[in-house]
Design a protein around this ligand. Structure first.
Ligand SMILES: Cc1cc2nc3c(=O)[nH]c(=O)nc-3n(C[C@H](O)[C@H](O)[C@H](O)COP(=O)(O)O)c2cc1C
Length: 174
C-alpha cells in the first residue's frame, strides 16, 4: 500500500507532522511518503490570480500525489478554529483542478494541538466536508494536549488509551 501522510500545517516544528508521521508508521507493510505542504507553496488564491496563473504546477503536483496514493493520512493544525492559511490555500488551488480532489481515497483524518481542544473544531470541519471533495474518511481522531500525550523524544504517543484509539483508526485503512 502506498500511504501518503502529511500535516495541514506549514510549521517546520509542526506537532501535526509528528502525529501524522507516527500514525503512518503504525500501518504495517505500507510504503510511506511524508509530504511537506511547504513544497507546494503558491500565491494567495484569488480568482483574479487564477485568470493569470491558470493551474499552477504546485497544485498539479499535489493533486497527482493524492492520486498516486492508495490511502491518505492528514493531521490538521487549527488556527483560530479553522484550517491554517497555508493548507487552505493549497486546498483552494487544488480544488480548482478537480473539486473531487481526494479522488475517493480512503483517509484517516487526525488533529492535535497543545490545548485540551485538540484542534477538534477544524477536524470536525474537515471530516464533515470531505465527502464533497471525494474523501472517503474511514476514521478521525483528535489528540488533545499534545505535549502531555506524545513523547517528543521517542516520537510516539505516550498515552495508551489514545494509542489504542489511534491504532483502531489506522486499522480502518485496511
Ligand atoms: C494564529 C494561531 C491561531 C491558533 N488557534 C488555535 C485554535 O483555534 N485552536 C487550537 O487548539 N490551537 C490554536 N493555536 C495553537 C496551535 O494549535 C499550535 O500552534 C500548534 O502547534 C499548531 O499545530 P502545528 O504545530 O502542527 O502547526 C493557534 C496558533 C496560532 C499561531
Amino acid at each position: 500500500m502506498k500511504l501518503l501522510a502529511f500535516a495541514a500545517s506549514s510549521s517546520s516544528k509542526s506537532i501535526n507532522k509528528n502525529l501524522a508521521t507516527y500514525a503512518a508508521s503504525l500501518v504495517s507493510g505500507a510504503t510511506v511518503e511524508i509530504l511537506d505542504i511547504n513544497d507546494y507553496e503558491m500565491p494567495l488564491f484569488s480568482q483574479d490570480k487564477e485568470e493569470v496563473l491558470g493551474q499552477p504546477d504546485a497544485a498539479k503536483a499535489f493533486y497527482a500525489k493524492l492520486g498516486q496514493a492508495d490511502a491518505i493520512i492528514i493531521s490538521f493544525a487549527e488556527h483560530n478554529g479553522s484550517y491554517t492559511a497555508a493548507y487552505k490555500n493549497l486546498f483552494d488551488w487544488t480544488s480548482r483542478i478537480d473539486q473531487k480532489l481526494f479522488q475517493n481515497k480512503p483517509m484517516v483524518l487526525l488533529a492535535t494541538s497543545p490545548g485540551p481542544g485538540g484542534a477538534n473544531t477544524v477536524l470536525t470541519a474537515a471530516t464533515g466536508s470531505a465527502p464533497y471533495f471525494a474523501g472517503d474518511v474511514k476514521a478521525s481522531l483528535s489528540v488533545p494536549s499534545f505535549y502531555d500525550n506524545f513523547d517528543n523524544e521517542k516520537q510516539e504517543i505516550s498515552n495508551l488509551a489514545i494509542l489504542d484509539q489511534l491504532k483502531s483508526a489506522i486499522a480502518q485503512l485496511g
